[in-house]
Design a binder for this molecule. Structure first.
Ligand code: GAL
Length: 728
């Protein structure tokens, strides 16, 4: 009897141990942030690379209980990896999964979180399109946000697949059988045959490939906006660009020599078209694909004196590169021991997890380029593009091994993020702010001031990406290259203006795109007869961008201090309005401007206005919210609408920004101002604001005149409020 009892106790104990080992552990890790762990943790998780959370996180609303029934999540290990299963309410709207390309509201979708962007070009021109609708992207993220006011993040750099109610379990069919009876119906149409009219389920399944466990992070709201803010503050707060980073950028053709570069930089100054940043493409290096990070002395015989000339014209110079190190590079020998075992374009792939690799790569950049005056870099090819090509060498394979112990799959997901972090830290050491461009990013990227860009070129996708960028803590650059027509050029320039990064990337165009929009004619030097008139339109647009700088700078300061994304979907600000739940072709730029881009040269589109009164920026015509309107606009009008109650600061455009620049600001007061406008004022170039060296400028309207209250420790002025204009 005793023996039986003993056996029974041992069995019971092992069952308890098994259940305990398989159960999830829930820990609160920050205000409104919970960690749910199951199974064995991965050696490196994305939180290991993130910056410290912002102190402002402690000021956010907090509660004891997680906003989501974390104990009901069913975790299991299968041979393919680790799975989590739970229910969602079918009425929930789902957003996020990083910088998604062609979907917006994501319920009932399968999302495969894998870093990879466009596929090969079509019709001989250079505009690849995204690889289907899989969830792949430049910055895919295992992180979604629910309209119910919570967010779910999987803390892994392995591939993750989410089935957001897109699959049906067999037991649902079994249950259904009792209702529909046994008879089957012959299919009337192809839709019926393939069951295309399917309905979503309430089941969510999440699979982390190859992992022995899963770590989930839950973010509380209570509002959708609070979830995003909490995520950004947990990541370290949004990065504030140097103030010049909000100006205009031009990138020159890849094989330009210094003479052509100097001609172009002179062009902007002589023609009084504002331009702050000038970008050099691969040809500046002695080797690119893979990269040497050393000057090509044939095209740039005396880099120091060229830099002096360009900087003398007040440009900030940006250099293109990628992270695959060519054998002729001065850092090749030292980086090889800290690189993966596969090469890309015959270059070594640094393991940016290793401090040694970050030091070698970073210090070289700081000593040889940043200290010489380079203001930013374009971090190309880190997104494992062209996955559809069988023979292309666009990345290392999943089987690659890196010295830190991660494999190619894990490195692929975080490569772009760690690349940004490595260089951003070098700028930080120099106390110099930068605005990088990057082709890949991942979780917790908000503090690194970068803009993502692409070889894809659909203006429809570009607008959706601006809208989606706000769910992901990234900036998106809908850059302009060749176009189909003058109308397409102007509309694309407008869309770039209404984004975080206004950029014309002429890496394959010999001449300005407003001299000739068509690629081959441009390169043949065939200019449009009216190119001077088109140039005038372009100048006006760039000037408008410069006028918006104080407003945009304030929006980025809010991103930093409160986590509010400067560019965001309307659903973030108006979560109770069903009309905006699926609206991805309109977005908020800051708190007060709604943008409704016109795409592909059209002159008319439907615009939905949320509650309140909205003013057309061009004509001051008023629209009553809660309705849709068909809006017509000429090419000289920009589709921006100002919320009633706004004090809109507009600067006198300057041609470029220096540390001495003081913006003359005119405030437009729309209707009865409900709220003050807060401008952020600091030196615009350094990180001194992090030590408290900044001011807030509170702008208000007392019914008759405008008032300015300046508070803070910054002794100089960035803004001079010189005029007020009332608009009724
Ligand atoms: C592409 C990049 C372009 C351009 C080009 C140069 O991959 O997206 O913007 O820089 O490389 O080779």
């Amino acid at each position: 009897m005793n023996k039986i009892r003993n056996i029974f106790s041992v069995l019971l104990l092992s069952w308890v141990v098994m259940v305990y080992a398989n159960a999830q552990e829930v820990t609160k890790i920050a205000p409104g942030v919970w960690k749910v762990s199951y199974g064995s943790p991965e050696k490196y998780r994305p939180t290991d690379f993130k910056e410290a959370a912002s102190a402002a996180l402690t000021k956010m609303p907090d509660q004891e209980k997680a906003p989501f029934p974390v104990d009901e999540i069913k975790f299991s290990r299968i041979s393919k990896g680790t799975v989590a299963e739970f229910k969602i309410d079918k009425s929930e709207k789902i957003y996020g999964f990083g910088l998604q390309i062609n979907t917006f509201e994501q319920s009932a979708c399968r999302r495969e979180i894998r870093t990879s962007s466009g596929v090969s070009g079509s019709s001989g021109d250079y505009h690849p399109s995204p690889l289907g609708d899989l969830g792949f992207s430049h910055a895919p993220m295992p992180f979604y946000i629910s309209s119910k006011g919570y967010g779910v993040l999987i803390n892994t750099s392995r591939y993750v697949t989410f089935y957001m109610g897109s699959q049906h379990k067999l037991d649902q069919t079994v249950a259904l059988k009792h209702f529909v009876g046994g008879g089957s119906k012959a299919s009337a149409s192809i839709e019926d045959l393939y069951n295309r009219n399917y309905k979503s389920s309430d089941e969510v399944e999440v699979l982390v490939d190859g992992a022995q466990g899963m770590e989930m992070i839950i973010f509380d709201g209570p509002t959708l906006k609070n979830v995003i803010e909490r995520y950004n503050l947990f990541s370290g707060g949004g990065g504030i660009p140097p103030i010049w980073g909000l100006g205009f950028k031009y990138r020159a053709k890849t094989d330009f020599t210094y003479k052509e570069v100097i001609n172009f930089t002179r062009y902007f100054r002589e023609n009084k078209i504002p331009c702050d940043m000038f970008g050099l493409e691969p040809g500046w290096q002695s080797s690119s694909y893979s990269c040497s990070y050393a000057w090509n002395k044939r095209n740039y015989p005396n880099p120091d004196s060229i830099l002096n000339v360009i900087q003398g014209m007040n440009y900030k110079l940006n250099l293109w590169e990628h992270a695959y190190v060519h054998p002729t590079s001065p850092i090749f020998d030292s980086i090889v021991p800290y690189s993966g075992d596969f090469a890309v374009w015959k270059g070594a792939v640094p393991d940016f997890i290793m401090p040694q690799a970050r030091r070698i790569f970073g210090e070289y950049h700081r000593n040889n380029l940043i200290k010489k005056g380079i203001s930013a870099f374009k971090l190309d090819e880190c997104d494992a593009a062209y996955y559809d090509e069988a023979h292309g060498e666009w990345s290392f394979p999943d089987i690659a091994k890196f010295p830190s112990g991660v494999d190619g799959e894990q490195m692929r997901q975080i490569f772009g993020l760690l690349y940004q972090k490595t260089l951003w830290n070098e700028f930080k050491k120099e106390n110099k702010r930068t605005f990088l461009e990057a082709r890949a990013s991942y979780l917790f990227a908000s503090p690194y001031c970068s803009a993502l860009y692409s070889d894809m070129y659909s203006p429809f996708d570009y607008v959706t990406m601006v809208t989606n960028s706000g769910f992901a803590g990234v900036n998106w650059s809908p850059e302009v290259r060749q176009t189909k027509s003058v109308d397409d050029l102007i509309r694309r320039m407008q869309n770039s203006l209404m984004s975080s990064h206004m950029s014309v990337d002429c890496w394959f165009l010999k001449n300005l795109p407003w001299f000739q929009f068509d690629r081959s004619k441009n390169n043949n030097g065939e200019f449009l007869p009216d190119y001077k008139q088109i140039e005038q339109k372009v100048r006006k647009l760039v000037e408008l961008r410069m006028r918006l700088i104080p407003y945009l700078y304030a929006a980025f300061a809010k991103y930093h201090y409160e986590g509010t994304p400067p560019f965001r979907a309307l659903v973030v600000d108006y979560p109770d309005d069903p009309e905006v739940w699926r609206l991805d072709k309109q977005y908020m730029m800051g708190d007060n401007i709604m943008c409704a881009p016109f795409i592909e040269g059209v002159s008319e589109r439907e615009v939905y206005f949320p509650k309140g009164i909205w003013y057309d920026f061009n004509t001051n015509k008023k629209y009553e919210g809660g309705k849709k309107y068909t809006i017509q606009m000429t090419l000289d009008q920009i589709p921006m609408f100002i919320k009633e109650g706004t004090i809109l600061p507009l600067a006198k455009p300057v041609e470029f920004i220096t540390p001495e620049t003081v913006f003359e600001v005119n405030c437009k007061v729309y209707g009865k101002p409900a709220n003050d406008m807060r401008l952020f004022e600091d030196d615009g170039f350094t990180f001194n604001f992090e030590k408290g060296n900044y001011n807030w400028l509170d702008l208000s309207w007392n019914g008759k005149k405008g008032l300015v209250k300046r508070s803070g420790n910054f002794r100089k002025k960035l803004f001079n409020i010189s005029a007020w204009e009332k608009i009724d």
